[in-house]
Ligand binder design. Structure first.
Ligand code: FE2
Length: 339
């Protein structure tokens, strides 16, 4: 039984998972939502500190266990925002030290992929991982995930959020998987030649697209906003689907999984589905519930890692803001919880 703690970005998550069915025993989330503007790391950290204690208590009581029953504590040590990461790491180190439990370091990007593999049942997929801070196409090869394509500048979620903010759309930007840009795009249509479509080899690039969209908004005025939202989203998603298709061709994988917070987006889920059926590839997006950040993904990955002897001394459990997915060994692959 592993208690997992997530605190890399806007969500403080705590969950308890077991190696036996029903596997997920609790899933507690406390999400920080800024009133206006972007996320301020120090405000997030203050919010996390204020909810951490009760979130841990709630995760244990919802699972019907106490810290004594827990085998190990897992924590996301990166990548993410320093001040936010520090809260989760501090709580996890304290729990591990106080209750003499092993501490398991978890990479947040890997955890998104592992919860998606567990949730979809697809064991050996090419992974499209998209969120506010990450955009990558990854696939397992020789002991770890390799990145076959990624964004050369900003992440897909960052592109959508920044455009929404700069265009004056009201936060919160994502409500039940629908982004403010999706809502704005209703009633709009594709405007040919308005924005640049850019794929560089196996990588995407979104900052030029963002700049061009904001420039188009200034030039055409707010009445053009639905068309700009529609076109922006269309180009951003289509270029991602194109690099995902290249990833499938390159790796020869017969399965495709969509993971990460932006993976809850209906249009993106559908576009990947069409591409996958064209190629005869088995495709499943992660459940919307597990697309966004949560403690379950950290606990699952921590449990798998722990059973392969991956632990860290609490005094050496440093956060790593830029911890890359392809630096992490994954000795349990392709198995997951339950086999
Ligand atoms: Fe995430």
């Amino acid at each position: 039984m592993v208690l997992g703690i997530e605190s890399t970005a806007h969500t403080f998550g705590v969950a308890v998972v077991s190696s036996e069915p029903p596997y997920i025993l609790s899933d507690v989330r406390r999400r920080y939502t800024p009133r206006a503007g972007g996320i301020l790391p120090r405000e997030v950290a203050a919010f996390f500190s204020s909810v951490a204690g009760e979130a841990v208590g709630e995760a244990l009581s919802a699972a019907g266990v106490s810290m004594r029953d827990v085998t190990a504590v897992a924590v996301a040590l990166g990548p993410g925002m320093g001040p936010a990461l520090r809260v989760g790491a501090t709580v996890a180190r304290a729990l591990a030290a106080a209750y003499r439990k092993p501490l398991v370091p978890v990479n947040h990007a890997l955890a998104h992929i592992e919860v998606a593999r567990f949730d979809t049942g697809l064991r050996d997929p090419l992974v499209v991982y998209v969120s506010g801070g990450n955009t990558m196409i990854a696939s397992f090869l020789d002991g770890r995930y390799r990145v076959f394509g990624e964004t050369l500048d900003i992440a897909l979620g960052n592109l959508l959020d920044t455009f929404a903010r700069e265009a004056g759309l009201a936060p919160p930007y994502v409500v039940e998987g629908r982004h403010a840009v999706d809502i704005c795009a209703e009633g709009g249509e594709y405007i040919d030649g308005l924005l640049p479509y850019r794929v560089k080899g196996q990588d995407v690039s979104y900052s030029g697209l963002l700049t061009a969209a904001l420039r188009a908004l200034r030039r055409l005025g707010r009445r053009a906003l639905p068309g700009i939202c529609y076109t922006l989203r269309e180009i951003a998603f289509s270029s991602l689907v194109e690099v995902a298709e290249r990833g499938l061709a390159h790796t020869g994988k017969k399965q495709l999984v969509l993971a990460g917070g932006v993976g809850a987006n209906d249009l993106l889920r559908e576009k990947l589905s069409l591409m996958a059926s064209d190629r005869g590839v088995e495709y499943r997006p992660v459940s919307k519930k597990y697309a966004v950040d949560n403690g379950v993904m950290i606990a699952i990955t921590g449990l798998l890692a722990f059973t392969h002897g991956i632990v860290v001394e609490p005094s050496r459990a440093y956060i790593r803001q830029r911890w890359r997915l392809d630096e992490v060994e994954v000795p349990w692959y392709p198995s997951t919880l339950g086999g």
